[in-house]
Ligand binder design. Structure first.
Ligand code: HEM
Length: 461
């Protein structure tokens, strides 16, 4: 769809609309219009389009990502905020730091499982946030159960798969005649069991005197559950799993692609890291503020190849007018991240990978807090702080330790080759290899790796 939208933008201008069946859709391809509607008129444009199958039947209306705007969503969102706001995420830095050390050791040992190692890192960080739980390998039953649920949700969202999505009138049939319903309800029962089991496990451990700061424990204290039922809380606490894994993983992959394709830029980042960190230890979060070029590198990765290029569509909850357009209640509104991040008036030469565009005194004030890749207004990604922290610690450490090289076939990745995992744009599979930049890197990774093995036991149960 990104390509079609790009073509229509060229033909019809920065704001265009189309209708499918009875549903009108508007696409915003310009930052000012996106800010005017999705941010400034957030009281109107913060809902989601109706999803009969994925949201109502499969999820019993409990997945906040696709929830309509209103009180129930506000309570769900408060749980995300409690666990993921800028201060709360500091509690996860220790876990992220230790897990990233394990990634470096995996890369150093060159087990040929770079992807698996990064995927385990991202998954462990997310389950640490949800349940204070460490993932040692991706075969973990807790991980598998969560993946099954996330994939079912993605499949239920595939356009054209269910007639009832286009014809919700079919819900008026007697339940036993709704042929599509039974497998979805079976899957829902399984998901509900998965999520409540995880939540109860955390409760049992907390009562036994053992708990890590995580979203599950936050909901157990100070009225954190806000009167929601156990099942609703269990769904809310599980939300980072479906929203936070593919997105962060894809960002890390694109960062590696950008580093491989731009060796001169990578060297500038490495020189900055060397000057601040030296050779006797790995970079830490304490170094973050002293590494502006690395921060700009990461921002530029999220701009150059935003991983959720069309964001998640919003929907209007009442009639409105804008620049002569009449926008009816129920209209679907896309903030086209892909178009905004490639807009040459905001980003000159947008096809160039250039971290420097985020540095210096002359940066456009609209880009100082650059959050476009994380969506808009009241629905902006609540996980952005944690996603950026995960990306920082892994990328800063990889650049400190290694020179990145093409894989054994000598082929560099292609920045224009990608596929989609649900809503997430991921680079086409590519291979890379690493070479330690100095002997100290090997020593430090081994020493800090041994320490991490011991410390990470705190998150295992
Ligand atoms: C680089 C990684 C990530 C990117 C680029 C990203 C991007 C996005 C975008 C574009 C949206 C839609 C915003 C809108 O509707 O306007 C979104 C929503 C969301 N994201 Fe992220 N995300 C990332 C990582 C994460 C992580 C790590 C978590 C959780 C730990 C997370 C949790 C969520 C949730 C729960 C929503 C739904 C919010 C709502 O509907 O109110 N995301 N994200």
């Amino acid at each position: 769809m990104t390509d079609v939208f790009r073509q229509w933008r060229e033909e019809y201008g920065p704001l265009f609309s189309f209708t499918v069946g009875t549903r009108k859709t508007i696409v915003l391809n310009e930052l000012d219009a996106t800010t005017d509607l999705l941010d400034k008129r957030g009281d109107i444009y913060s809902s989601r389009p109706r999803l009969v199958v994925a949201h109502e039947i499969l999820s019993g209306g409990m997945r906040g990502l696709s929830m309509q705007y209103g009180d129930k969503w506000r309570k769900w969102r408060k749980i995300q905020h409690m666990g993921l706001n800028g201060r709360a995420v500091l509690a996860y830095c220790d876990h992220q730091t230790l897990e990233s050390t394990v990634v470096l050791r995996d890369l150093l040992q060159d087990t040929g499982k770079q992807e698996t190692s990064l995927q385990r890192f991202v998954t462990s960080v997310v389950l640490g946030i949800c349940y204070g739980y460490r993932v040692q390998n991706l075969e973990d039953p807790m991980v598998r159960a969560n993946y099954v649920a996330a994939i079912e949700y993605q499949k239920a969202n595939l356009p054209g798969r269910y007639l009832v999505e286009t014809w919700p009138i079919l819900l008026w049939l007697p339940r036993q005649l709704q042929w599509f319903r039974a497998p979805l309800e079976k899957a829902r029962a399984k998901d509900t069991n998965t999520y409540t089991t995880f939540l109860r496990r955390v409760k049992e451990r907390a009562h036994a005197g053992y708990s890590k700061d995580c979203m599950a424990t936050y909901t157990m204290t100070k009225g954190g559950d806000q009167g929601l039922s156990e099942v609703e809380v269990a769904y809310a606490v599980s939300a980072p799993f479906s929203a936070g894994i593919d997105t962060t993983m894809s960002t890390l992959r694109w960062a590696i692609v950008c580093a491989l394709l731009n060796p001169e830029i990578t060297k500038i980042a490495q020189a900055e890291i060397d000057a601040v960190v030296g050779r006797d230890r790995l970079p830490t979060f304490q170094d973050e503020a002293a590494l502006p070029y690395v921060a700009a590198f990461i921002k530029e990765v999220t701009r150059f190849r935003p991983v959720v290029p069309l964001a998640i569509p919003h929907a209007a909850t009442r009639d409105d007018t804008y620049r002569g357009y009449v926008i009816r209640k129920g209209t679907v509104v896309y903030g086209n991240i892909d178009a905004l991040t490639q807009d040459p008036t905001l980003f000159p030469e947008p096809h160039m990978f250039s971290p420097a565009r985020f540095l210096g005194k002359d940066v456009d004030p609209r880009l100082i807090d650059f959050t476009i890749p994380f969506g808009f207004g009241r629905r902006v990604c609540p996980g952005m702080h944690v996603a950026l922290k995960s990306t920082f610690i892994v990328i800063a450490r990889i650049l400190w330790a290694f020179d990145l090289l093409p894989g054994p076939d000598g082929v560099l990745p292609d920045a224009d080759a990608f596929t989609f995992l649900g809503l997430t744009r991921v680079p086409a599979p590519f291979r890379f290899s690493v070479r330690a930049r100095h002997p100290d890197a090997v020593r430090v990774i081994e020493e800090e790796g041994a320490e991490a093995d011991v410390r990470l036991k705190e998150w295992q149960y």
